[in-house]
Design a protein around this ligand. Structure first.
Ligand code: THU
Length: 133
């Protein structure tokens, strides 16, 4: 584990938001996911003409990290282009809780400064792997 530099993480999220593929909503979202080894994994939202197939930035970052063999995470920064903060959607919360139930989040947007959250507060009563045994 390392000390989390939330400002740097948010800057990374802001940077990768520029890669967003969002011709339909025109909303750009970037996510920077810090793993337990101190490596940052980046993701942006990728939309589809079949709207429901859209992948959020948070899941893009998570899938990239897991594909690199990382499964433990300390913190996640999310930056979005709208004025208001864009909180992670329910599906992303559920995907994240599987790997990091106590994940620290920082969320900011073009018009709203950084706010900190803990994933445990954002998804109470989550479905957990142990519930399937
Ligand atoms: N979006 C994300 O990337 N993350 C979220 O948690 C909320 C929504 C994206 C999906 C879509 O491309 C756009 O923002 C508008 O919903």
């Amino acid at each position: 584990m390392t000390t989390v530099d939330f400002d740097a993480l948010l800057e990374a999220a802001h940077g990768v938001a520029q890669a967003a593929y969002s011709p339909y909503s025109e909303v750009r979202v970037g996510a920077a996911l810090l793993d337990d080894a101190g490596v940052v994994h980046l993701g942006c939202n990728v939309e589809s003409a079949s709207y429901g197939a859209t992948i959020c930035a948070e899941r893009s970052a998570l899938v990239a990290a897991v594909s690199q063999g990382q499964r433990s995470f300390q913190a996640l920064a999310i930056w979005a282009s709208p004025k208001a903060r864009l909180m992670p959607c329910g599906i992303c919360r559920q995907m994240l809780v599987e790997f990091a139930p106590e994940l620290e989040l920082v969320v900011a947007s073009s018009g709203a400064g950084p706010e900190r959250y803990n994933l445990a507060d954002l998804l109470p009563g989550a479905v957990r792997p142990e519930h399937l045994r």
